[in-house]
Design a protein around this ligand. Structure first.
Ligand code: PEP
Ligand code: MN
Length: 360
């Protein structure tokens, strides 16, 4: 998949002076619900109305979507509101039905992107379509797998392609339902700057109070659009109730977001600076997370030493670590002096944590 500016044509064609907004409920529930939300979103920044009708649920027995009947409701949305319509497709039959109902945007969900077999089946069914096709990242943080999915669609002669970043699942508990791992979409953007990039803060967050900040970070990183789940009665939604926002809240979010437009040279400079600073912020957050985790491990070692009556400072081990870190640091263009100071500080903090444990 070469890099070419024509990949941006479909998104530029919207002619918007703000990011592309795709919004609507996680799932289509009833005809009334689908139509009501669409009317509430009609005269806002939203251009594309989303609703899942085949829902990939982690556990069986949860609401698995209304199925093909939802396509009739989406078609009605388009007719009544003029909004474009979007839904998730997960196999060739879904694709056929969605195309029959003239769905404008088809997205491949995170649980499908993990499987090259499924992506290939969908790509074959979509061969040559002029519809917009968006590929969500796979659930696991694997850039190659994500790119592989995009390449399969590109090879099926689908020109209106884009990607959706919806975060990555982790075993570790975190405040996010799916960790953003911003460095992954940043790397994707560096490799394919012409590929439109949309952020889905709803599935990253898993809770509505984090959606604004995540959306702002995405825009600061130059994302082209947002996909936000919106429901008229979020608490009673049949799926993803905690993360959906009302249409009124969605309008507020869009109003409060700082959108940087590339107009003058000065603005362009400011945009690029802001984007790079956001990358630094993301890296700093990762550093803090990893340091916090390291100290927790040090505390466990402290407990073990306490039980076995062993001294905190083990000089031999410490010298081995330092020697290795200096060499590994060189490979990353990090000076010896810096590595020494950094690891002395980290080591001292570990000793403090361990001593705290031994004394208590
Ligand atoms: C969705 O968009 O409702 C959905 C199921 O998302 P994901 O594939 O990102 O989990
Ligand atoms: Mn959802």
């Amino acid at each position: 998949m070469e890099n070419n500016p024509t990949m941006r044509e479909w998104i530029n064609a919207f002619g918007l002076d703000h990011p592309l907004v795709i919004a609507g409920p996680c799932s289509a529930e009833t005809e009334e619900q689908v139509i009501k939300i669409a009317h509430e979103l009609k005269d806002t920044d939203v251009s594309v109305y989303r609703a899942g009708i085949w829902k990939p649920r982690t556990r069986p027995g949860m609401f698995e979507g209304v199925g093909a009947i939802g396509l009739k409701w989406l078609a009605k949305v388009k007719e009544e509101t003029g909004l474009m319509i979007a839904t998730e497709v997960a196999n060739a039959n879904h694709v056929k039905l969605a195309l029959d109902y003239d769905v404008d945007v088809l997205w491949i969900g995170a649980r499908s992107t993990v499987s090259p077999f499924i992506v290939q089946e969908i790509a074959d069914a979509l061969e040559g379509t002029d519809k917009i096709v968006l590929v969500k990242n796979p659930v696991n943080p694997d850039l190659a797998l994500w790119l592989g999915g995009i390449e399969r669609l590109y090879s099926a002669n689908i020109k209106k392609l884009g990607v959706i970043h919806r975060g990555f699942s982790t075993y570790d508990k975190s405040k996010y339902r799916n960790n953003p791992e911003w460095q992954i979409p940043i790397e994707l953007q560096n490799r394919f700057p012409d590929l439109p990039l949309i952020c889905d803060p709803s599935h990253i967050a898993g809770r509505r109070d984090l959606i604004f900040d995540l959306s702002q970070t995405a825009l600061d990183l130059n994302f082209d659009g947002l996909m936000i789940e919106s429901h008229w009665d979020p608490n009673n939604a049949w799926s993803d109730a905690k993360q959906q926002v009302t249409p009124t809240r969605l309008v507020e979010i869009m109003k409060d977001l700082k959108i940087r437009k590339e107009t003058t040279e000065e603005a362009n400079f400011q945009n690029q600076l802001q984007q790079l600073r956001t990358q630094i912020d993301v890296a700093d957050q990762n550093l803090l997370d990893i340091l916090g985790k390291r100290m927790k491990v040090a505390e466990e070692i402290g407990l073990l030493k306490k039980k076995n009556n062993v001294a905190v400072l083990q000089s031999k081990r410490w010298n081995e670590i330092l020697g290795k870190m200096i060499l590994d640091g060189q490979e990353r263009d990090l000076g010896e002096e810096f590595i020494l100071r950094l690891f002395k500080a980290i080591h001292q903090e570990s000793i403090n944590h361990q001593e705290h444990i031994l004394k208590n």
